[in-house]
Design a protein around this ligand. Sequence first.
Ligand code: MLT
Ligand code: MN
Ligand code: ZN
Length: 301
Amino acid sequence: MRVIVLGSAAGGGLPQWNCGCPNCQDARAHGPGRTQSCVAVSADGERWVLLNASPDLRMQLAARRELWPRGARGTPISAVVCTDGEIDHTLGLLLLRESETRLPVYAPTGVTELLEREWPVFPLLQAYAGVEPRVLPDGQTVGLADRSGATLGIACTAVPVARRPPRYARQAPAATFDVGLRLVAERTGGTLAYIPTAGAVDDTVRAIAAGADLLLFDGTFWSDGELRAAGADAPTAREMGHLPVGGPGGSLDQLPRLGVKRTVLVHINNTNPMLCRSSAERAQVEAAGIVVGDDGMEFEL
Ligand code: MLT
Ligand code: MN
Ligand code: ZN
């Protein structure tokens, strides 16, 4: 299974339009920036599945030959899987509206509900080619398939993770609105654990990650009060449902014990000091054998 990190930043990207933190200033002055959270996977190198659909999808697709059309019209993108209903993980669906066929969109029940109602991306897209919502039942393994039902060679298990609903959701959805994914290539057994948002390293995370060849994990914030320290009127990382990487009880203490072959942090907020290559925080991550994810990283599992 091939895995490409199309975008490694959290919502806002790097630089974020209204942020003057050191990382954003540095990215404006020296580049390169980072695009928002999105991953592409493929079992055959031909047909691709997007894990989340970021607001930067247009640029992300233009940058990768694998994702270009093969002929006059068309796309190798065969399906999308949304792990949550956040704007940074779903706005890109609107950017796929030129599609000529209904795009299969896998998501947990609560996310499908959000996209039908409070953030009505699905109804809007009905005026275009439309999407085919496919619900991912909690904890059950589903074989991903393209629009015609042909298998894509990837088994997907979605498990609810500790989080809180999106800020725009006035009523917390009763159903699951945030999941981690365990994706297994049916031919090779290569296993990706994809958990871009998580408020804890708990039994759920341990189950999704067990024995995986690669874990892509929530690297949003280094510390709990980071956004506020950067001048934003914002809740803490934990209140937002993101376990900080650093500090006591942070993910850095726990991830090395999961027994995963490789762990890469993704969905990294622009304020996170580990983005700076010369920082003490970056050195700490590397000393733990963990990798700070970057746009364009590729893996073969
Ligand atoms: C999150 O991951 O917590 C959200 O995407 C934050 C946001 O941009 O609203
Ligand atoms: Mn996000
Ligand atoms: Zn910033």
